[in-house]
Design a protein around this ligand. Sequence first.
Ligand code: PEP
Ligand code: MN
Length: 337
Amino acid sequence: MIIIIKQDYEKEQLDSLTKWIKSQGVKIDASKGEKNLILGLVGDTSKIDIDLIRSLDIVENVKRIQEPYKLANRKFHPQDTIVDVSGHKFGGNSFQLIAGPCSVESEEQIIGIAKAVKAAGANILRGGAFKPRTSPYAFQGLKAEGLKLLLKAKEETGMPICTELMAEKYIDLFQDVDIIQIGARNMQNFDLLKAVGKLNKPILLKRGLANTIQEWLMSAEYIMSEGNENVILCERGIRTFEPATRNTLDLSAIPLVKEMTHLPIIVDPSHASGIARLVEPMSLASVGAGSDGLIIEVHNDPPHALCDGAQSLRPEQFEEVVKKVDVMLPLVGKVRN
Ligand code: PEP
Ligand code: MN
């Protein structure tokens, strides 16, 4: 339920209304709409008399929200949420580039790639330390050692870092990580979502391989309902019947998600296509569709990468993508900052 408050409300009246709502065991998420204050009610609102509230002097309108996601709902929060990562903003008219290897492989590798992607224009460094692999025999990541190397790269380049947390037991190792990624395979790991919901840190929530947009937004709701509203969504392709690409990039999800939620959304064209030469066209298409950023896999030696070499760009190819993205950004009213 949302309550739209009249523009010229008296503070005392608002205080007594919010006090009464809270006494009904319902939480309030207040946000500023274009003109009016909006009170979003979270919890069991079935006992709240909608006509009674509508009749109050300070109330302009009351609406029931049909969708099961509330805090993530655009109706609750009409303005875009801006997630700030050390001054780099996700959402609104900002556009961000996250780049780096699929996995951290060595100090030389991660620092070399960090410097290269920074020089090409990336603002944030990615790199997996804990890797969710289909095969238990495949490289699983350098784990804690990989995180140390990422932090070293952060220190050397000044770039914030984004890396995946696979299980709650490792959460303490992630204190200096700037964006915690929840990977596609963990999108519905509800205990993990609740755990990162208790942090005060940006979370990159990837869409599950076979999850609907509504399920994805419900996963965002899990994080937000624990108090962490710094959620960045990431469309990374979904499973379809088409085997020619690793996944199928759901481009239409971008404008649709923007109608449904106030949260920022970025695209991962690397995992979406699985093919390096498709990364540039899919990046440009994502910009055109209104994405708030891109996360792109870049490796100095893709044929020898320990993970996802086939979809990784060389630094010079990444630089070409950035140049073309920059040409397109003014068309969609966005700036890189
Ligand atoms: C990754 O970012 O390297 C990754 C494993 O992504 P996803 O969870 O989208 O497959
Ligand atoms: Mn990868």
